[in-house]
Design a protein around this ligand. Sequence first.
Ligand code: HEC
Ligand code: HEC
Length: 365
Amino acid sequence: MHITRSLRLAGAALLGLAASGLSLASSATDPREFNTFYAPSYRLPPASAMSPAAARGKELVHATYRFLGAESGVRAANGRPYVGNRLACSNCHMEDGTRPNAGPLVVVARKYAPPGIYSAREGVNRDLTIRINGCFERSLAGEALPADSAWMQDLAAYMEFLAAGLQPGYAWQQVPGQEFPKASLLTRAADPVRGAAIYKDQCESCHQRDGSGVWRSDEQRYRYPALWGAGSHGLMAGMGRLATAVTLVWGNMPHDKVDALRPWTRMPVEDAWDVTAYMLSKTRPFDSRFTVTDWAGNDPGGVPNLLRRAPDASYDHTMPRVDARGHPSINPADPPRFSREQHTYGPFQPINDALTEARHWLGYP
Ligand code: HEC
Ligand code: HEC
């Protein structure tokens, strides 16, 4: 908690220095308006504006397992809990989705407003409900919430509450610090052995040597989340893939040293790739339901989604393939062009290049 506090104060101080004289300077003194990092495009709405539904949604984001995990007794229609591991949304979308560069949820209600955003992985336009359920099924290794369930309505209400902070005259795209910071690709494979040493030095004190984290049974929430094993995020999640996971780690870890508002406090990007590779070298929940359906079908323009398959998705149907005559192919029956090892640890640029080549070879624009 004290870490959060000092971050907020640091943010306010930073703004005071950098932006004194801006018309917003007065709002920086309002203690409710932390994360002034977002100003002038976004300000957190006052807590008094939160409806009971939004307040329940915030609790759900904060301690998802407590309400929907194995011990809650709540079950999806197929008998499984909605949260299959023990994570909470807020273990990744930090400070209940208000922290910049930590997957903030502040404007997602606008970003995923109908018609939503096309996802080549899912093969559909994702609106907010579908996007949230993607994290339930994959990040939380669980089950999709019914769209009309009270839980989904409450989550949406919380995200609507947050989005009301978008300031007049600004588009959601102008809010800084969204998603996780882009980490430039390495030209070599990430090295889990080198990463193990970094883990011992920089991560083990909180996440534990065996990666199982520190669980608080009184709160039914991780104090330090599990990074692998049954309690952790699924292989089919963005976080199960190196090029996505590295952005969370590089932008935010170690939690007590990296200040999201001060990029120069981050570790060298190479170290982040290697330590994340170590994390992903361990076992985690795997959901075979998605191996065949991911990146299946064609996009609305008729282009096969397999041509956009993430190079770091190391599970089945890696792309591209090579046909019997040595030409690029996207037929899963042909042998893969790159090893599973390379799809796990990189380097990823050659895979991206080969996908582009395959696209041209197969005659797509
Ligand atoms: C293990 C970490 C993790 C957990 C837990 C998690 N997410 Fe996510 N979430 C991510 C990552 C990583 C992304 C970005 C996806 C990508 O880049 O592929 C994301 C993306 C999103 C987005 C879209 C954000 C944007 O700016 O486009 C929403 C909305 C979201 N998550 C909601 C949730 C909710 C609600 C929960 C809890 C039910 C949750 N997530 C749990 C890691 C997580
Ligand atoms: C001082 C304690 C601390 C240290 C050191 C630390 N973390 Fe974390 N980490 C946290 C906390 C706390 C969270 C969850 C944030 C929250 O719940 O608000 C977290 C979240 C994460 C997550 C997202 C949750 C998940 O399960 O996927 C990853 C990944 C992660 N840390 C990796 C690392 C790595 C890699 C290192 C070393 C480079 C590291 N952390 C060092 C405290 C720490």
